[in-house]
Design a protein around this ligand. Sequence first.
Ligand code: GDP
Ligand code: MG
Length: 166
Amino acid sequence: YCGMVAIVGRPNVGKSTLLNEIIEQKVSITSRKPQTTRHRIMGIHTEGKHQAVYVDTPGLHVEEKRAINRLMNRAASSSIGDVELIIFVVEGTHWNEDDEMVLNKVRQSGKPVLMVMNKIDQVKDRDLVLPHMQLLGEKFDFVGIMPVSAKQGKNIDLIKAEVTKR
Ligand code: GDP
Ligand code: MG
């Protein structure tokens, strides 16, 4: 396998933390403050004959009034055009209209989408996770849905395995 994978999601869901965790290097700045990633950051993960280029994107913004938001949306959208697979990141079991907007954009691309539920360490009621995953799985045609914690490095191997098996 050799290909490009875009990591997309609304601001602050943990995209940059996830990229750093996947490639085991701190290439992308992470921050509690939204909008820290303003450019496309790429990281390469090599495993045997498999090589994947992961592209961290600025978060997609619903608000397009500010020029910087428009610019970041454009950077994020153009990243999607180049890739074979899209990793769509959301925060735990939260799901809001910003996620919906990002997912709509992602689905317009017609590319396969892997959904990652990040920050699973922060989910208080673990019993909600499985039903939530099932619901989204029935509603959308994801290639997979994975609960992970980028911060704690949990289930990151699942993502890598899904990408390299393609
Ligand atoms: P981005 O805007 O999507 O790139 O988000 P960042 O990677 O910059 O992360 C935003 C904030 O969420 C930072 O404070 C991270 O430390 C935090 N964060 C990222 N992943 C996790 C996680 O799995 N668990 C928890 N508790 N916090 C996380
Ligand atoms: Mg970021």
